[in-house]
Design a protein around this ligand. Structure first.
Ligand code: NI
Ligand code: MN
Length: 226
């Protein structure tokens, strides 16, 4: 059984075959967060890139829970210096973790860490769960044509940003859906602040008009079961 909870912004909780995985755990300072960093459960934490709205509460949660943090080499080095257990990977590289096979994918964005340290290249994640579900989490990114290659893997679920300004906006996100052709798409990274305000129901209607992909719009705190 695999289910995904959206905690607002780009913060996700994935539960798969008994493992609790947090992705970009930004709770403190996230106006949409529905739980607090000191309550949330984690066996693993995945960080797409170094920006504060993605690294978020990683250090605090990893220290409290003992969760293993998976990110790129530069970010895991930085987290290691903060006393966190890590597993470094990098773009294009996959590894068989207890919860599934996780590959780091390209993302077109920045990745400096909150204190200005170099955060390497930003990433997305492509996870194949132990029961064979393929989940793509794009991370913060602009549209890029190689999303077609990711789509060729056969995606059960894609989680993509639609907020515009810092990432793809609704129109490029629609083009991304056409390249990725997942069974289901969930929009994130919108609505947190005025700069990235969007209407997810209008986007959903347009995607479902122009493609055969099902759009699931979650409210912060809601869960989608695959
Ligand atoms: Ni970012
Ligand atoms: Mn962001």
């Amino acid at each position: 059984m695999t289910k995904l909870t959206w905690y607002g912004h780009a913060t996700l909780g994935l539960e798969t075959n008994g493992y609790h995985i947090l992705i970009d755990p930004f709770f403190s300072g996230n106006p949409a967060a529905t739980v607090s960093a000191d309550k949330v459960r984690a066996d693993f934490i995945l960080v797409t890139h170094g920006h504060g709205d993605h690294v978020g509460d990683t250090v605090e949660i990893a220290k409290r829970t003992g969760a293993l943090v998976i990110s790129n080499f530069e970010i895991t080095n930085w987290l290691g210096k903060h006393g966190v257990k890590t597993h470094p990977q990098h773009l294009g590289g996959g590894f068989k973790h207890p919860f599934g096979y996780l590959k780091l994918t390209l993302a077109l964005h920045g990745s400096a860490l909150p204190d200005g340290s170099y955060g390497g290249n930003p990433a997305g994640f492509l996870l194949t769960t132990n029961d064979g579900k393929k989940i793509y989490i794009a991370g913060d990114t602009g549209l890029f044509g190689d999303m077609k290659l990711i789509g060729e893997e056969g995606l059960d679920l894609a989680v993509i940003p639609i907020g515009d300004n810092f990432t793809m906006g609704p129109q490029d996100a629609l083009r991304a859906v056409k390249l990725l052709t997942p069974k289901v798409v969930i929009p994130i990274h919108y609505g947190t602040w005025g700069l990235i305000e969007q209407d997810p129901s209008a986007w959903s209607a347009q995607v479902e008009r122009e493609t055969s992909v099902k759009v699931v719009v979650l409210k912060p705190g809601e869960t989608f079961e695959l």
